[in-house]
Design a protein around this ligand. Structure first.
Ligand code: HEC
Length: 172
């Protein structure tokens, strides 16, 4: 093959790669600024729910309280149970393995929130977030009680104590 032909083949392959790379939907990502003292959310049971749109917040709260199978939370919903973890709902195509939920792990301090892991691979010492939350796929991946997730080895009282220690709240 002549050099010029080789170049043309390489160029064509590169064009092809570029176009393939631009096709997949770019995953939506939460930014650290979206997270502050978790108590600013609306508390339902022991989970804090947030949404920038009050009507959609009301919808998300009703879904959580209603415990109904097959209901999807509005895009933009943020759920938090402990200060250093959150779930943010995006379009399903952004995180297809979790119905659009982005799982997040943080470092939290009085200065604010630093995102240390996100998405399907984010994990805490018990495993990946997805490995447990996928058990609640019929409840839009929200574990709550009795939705099919393996339990967390902490009591409700211990979770509430962790909520009381969100270092971002003392700055308020
Ligand atoms: C060992 C399994 C397990 C792992 C791992 C796990 N979770 Fe959960 N998660 C649960 C269970 C069970 C609940 C519900 C607890 C309750 O209501 O008493 C829960 C609750 C939550 C909630 C409140 C909403 C809901 O689903 O009830 C959020 C938010 C959450 N987890 C985020 C995360 C994130 C982010 C990670 C990873 C960094 C993670 N979880 C890892 C089992 C797990």
């Amino acid at each position: 093959m002549k050099n010029i032909t080789k170049l043309a083949v390489v160029a064509a392959a590169l064009v092809c790669l570029t176009s393939v790379a631009s096709v997949p939907v770019k995953a939506a990502e939460a930014s650290a600024e979206m997270f502050s003292c978790m108590h600013e959310g609306t508390k339902v049971s022991k989970t804090y729910v947030r949404h920038a749109d009050p009507a959609k917040l009301a919808e998300a709260v009703a879904i959580f309280e209603g415990n109904v199978e097959g209901k999807e939370y509005p895009v933009g919903t943020i759920l938090q149970m402990v200060p250093n973890e959150a779930m943010v709902k995006h379009e399903a195509s952004a995180y297809p393995n979790s119905g659009g939920w982005e799982f997040l792990l943080f470092d939290v301090s009085a200065e604010g929130t630093k995102i240390t892991a996100r998405g399907d691979t984010a994990s805490n010492p018990l495993g990946t977030c997805l490995s447990c939350h996928t058990g609640a796929s019929k409840f839009d991946y929200v574990c709550s009680k009795g939705h099919g997730c393996p339990p967390v080895p902490v009591t409700d009282e211990q979770i509430i104590a962790m909520q009381g220690q969100d270092p971002r709240c003392s700055a308020n």
